[in-house]
Design a protein around this ligand. Structure first.
Ligand code: AOF
Ligand code: ZN
Length: 392
C-alpha cells in the first residue's frame, strides 16, 4: 500500500483532498451511528463524482455499499474515497471490501486503518490481493479520528470516551441554596446539551440527582434545534435513544422514577445484589453490580458499558459529588462547560465537590480545545492535562 502526503499530490491528484474531505463531511452529517463509527464514501470516475454514501446507523448499509447502490451506473474502474478502511468481516452487513471488489473498483483511498480487530488491515489486504490499488492519505488521519473519538476510544482502550457536562453561573454555581436551578443556562445551551445526548451512547447520573431532580435524561426531538432535513436524516438514530445509567450503590432507585416510564433502556449499577430490588421485575431496566460497600467502582462501570453495551461515548450529567468523584478518579476525557453570565452568590451550590487541593502544583488543569458563544452563554470544551500531583 502506498502512502501519499498532501505535498505529494501533484496535478493528477489535485482533487483528492477535496474528495476525501467530502467523504469526511458526509460521515459528519450523521449525529451518531453508535456502536459503529460514522463513515462517508465518495465514488469518482474520470474525475467526476458518480455517487456518495454514508453509514446512517448501526444495521444500515455501510457507506461504501450505499455509494455503490446509489451509483446507478457501472462503478467499474472508479476510485472510492472512504473515511475509514473498508471492513473485511461479516457483521450486521457483509464486508465492504468484497462489495468494492465485486463492483470492479480500481482504487480505494483511505485516511487510516480501522482499529477494530475484526478489520485492522484485513480490508486493505483483501482488496490488494484482488488487484485494487489502496492508497493511504495520512494527512487526513487526525480529521478521520475526530469523527469517531468514542469508537476509537472503546476499541483501543476498552472503555468509552467520558464527557462530563457542567452548567454553571459566572461564579461557578449550579443552583441556589434552596435548590432552584431552572434555568441557569439559556435555551441555546440546553439545545446543545440535547444534541450531545443524542450523539452519546449513554447518559450517566447518580442516585442523588434522581432523588432530588427526578430527571428524564432523554432526547427530545423538538428541543434539538435541528432542521427538518437534519432530523429526517438522523431518524434511525433518534429512534434508538441513549441508555440512561444510574449509579446507585444502595439500590435506592424508586420504581416511580420518571426516567423508568420513558422510552429507552435504563441500567442501574449498584454494590448490592438485586434480589430484593423493587425494580427487579421492571422491563427496560438492567440491574448490575460494580464494586462493593458504599462505592460503585467507576472504572468497572465504564468497562461494563464498553463490553456489555458497546458504548462509545458516555455523557455524565450528575451532581457535584459524582462529578467530583469522576474527576478524582481521572476517568474523564473531556469537559463540556456551559457558562451563563449571571451571579448566584456564595451561598449557592458549588460546581464540584473536590477537596484536598492544598498546593497550586496539585491543582487539576485543563486545556481549552473549543470556545463558542451560544446565544448569551459561553460553551467551553476542555481536555484534562495529566497532573501526577493531583490526587496523588
Ligand atoms: C465500513 N464502512 O460505513 C462502517 C464500518 O456490524 P456491522 O456489520 O455494521 O460492522 C460494524 C463494524 O464495521 C464497526 O465496528 C467498524 O469496524 C466497521 N464500520 N466499516 O467499511 C462503514 N461503518
Ligand atoms: Zn463495511
Amino acid at each position: 500500500m502506498q502512502h501519499k502526503h498532501n505535498t505529494e499530490l501533484d496535478a493528477t491528484f489535485l482533487d483528492w483532498p477535496v474528495h476525501m474531505q467530502r467523504a469526511l463531511d458526509l460521515a459528519d452529517s450523521v449525529l451518531t451511528a453508535a456502536p459503529n463509527p460514522r463513515v462517508g464514501c465518495v465514488l469518482v470516475h474520470d474525475g467526476q463524482v458518480i455517487s456518495e454514501g454514508w453509514h446512517s446507523a448501526a444495521g444500515a448499509d455501510h457507506a461504501e455499499v450505499m455509494a455503490l447502490t446509489n451509483a446507478g451506473r457501472d462503478s467499474r474502474g472508479a476510485t472510492a474515497f472512504v473515511s475509514l478502511e473498508p471492513c473485511a468481516h461479516h457483521g450486521k452487513t457483509g464486508p465492504c471490501s468484497d462489495a468494492l471488489i465485486a463492483a470492479g473498483i480500481a482504487r480505494v483511498v483511505i485516511p487510516m486503518q480501522d482499529p477494530n480487530p475484526e478489520v485492522a488491515g484485513k480490508g486493505i489486504a483483501k482488496m490488494e490481493e484482488a488487484g485494487i490499488e489502496v492508497i493511504m492519505l495520512p494527512d487526513f488521519e487526525t480529521a478521520a479520528r475526530r469523527l469517531n473519538p468514542g469508537f476509537f476510544h472503546r476499541i483501543e482502550q476498552g472503555r468509552p470516551l467520558v464527557r462530563m457536562k457542567l452548567a454553571m453561573s459566572l461564579d461557578g454555581r449550579t443552583a441556589l441554596a434552596n435548590g432552584a436551578s431552572k434555568w441557569i443556562t439559556d435555551a441555546a445551551s440546553r439545545a446543545d446539551v440535547q444534541r450531545l445526548r443524542a450523539a452519546s451512547s449513554a447518559v450517566l447520573t447518580g442516585i442523588g440527582t434522581v432523588l432530588t431532580d427526578d430527571p428524564s435524561l432523554n432526547v427530545r426531538r423538538d428541543e434539538l434545534g435541528l432542521s427538518e432535513a437534519q432530523l429526517l436524516s438522523n431518524e434511525l438514530n433518534l429512534q434508538e435513544p441513549p441508555l440512561r445509567i444510574v449509579l446507585d450503590s444502595g439500590r435506592r432507585m424508586p420504581a416511580t422514577a420518571k426516567m423508568l416510564g420513558l422510552e429507552g433502556q435504563v441500567v442501574v449499577y449498584s454494590t448490592a445484589s438485586a434480589d430484593d430490588s423493587e425494580l427487579r421485575d421492571s422491563k427496560n431496566v438492567d440491574l448490575r453490580v460494580a464494586g462493593s460497600g458504599d462505592r460503585v467502582e467507576l472504572q468497572t462501570v465504564l468497562e461494563s458499558l464498553a463490553a456489555d453495551y458497546q458504548c462509545n461515548d458516555v455523557l455524565i450529567e450528575a451532581g457535584p459529588t459524582l462529578c467530583g468523584a469522576f474527576l478524582q478518579s481521572k476517568l474523564v476525557d473531556e469537559l463540556v462547560v456551559y457558562i451563563a453570565p449571571k451571579l448566584l452568590g456564595s451561598d449557592a451550590k458549588p460546581l464540584l465537590e473536590l477537596v484536598g487541593i492544598t498546593q497550586m502544583s496539585g491543582a487539576p488543569e485543563f486545556q481549552i480545545v473549543e470556545t463558542q458563544q451560544l446565544d448569551s452563554d459561553v460553551k467551553l470544551v476542555l481536555k484534562p492535562l495529566a497532573n501526577p500531583r493531583f490526587n496523588e
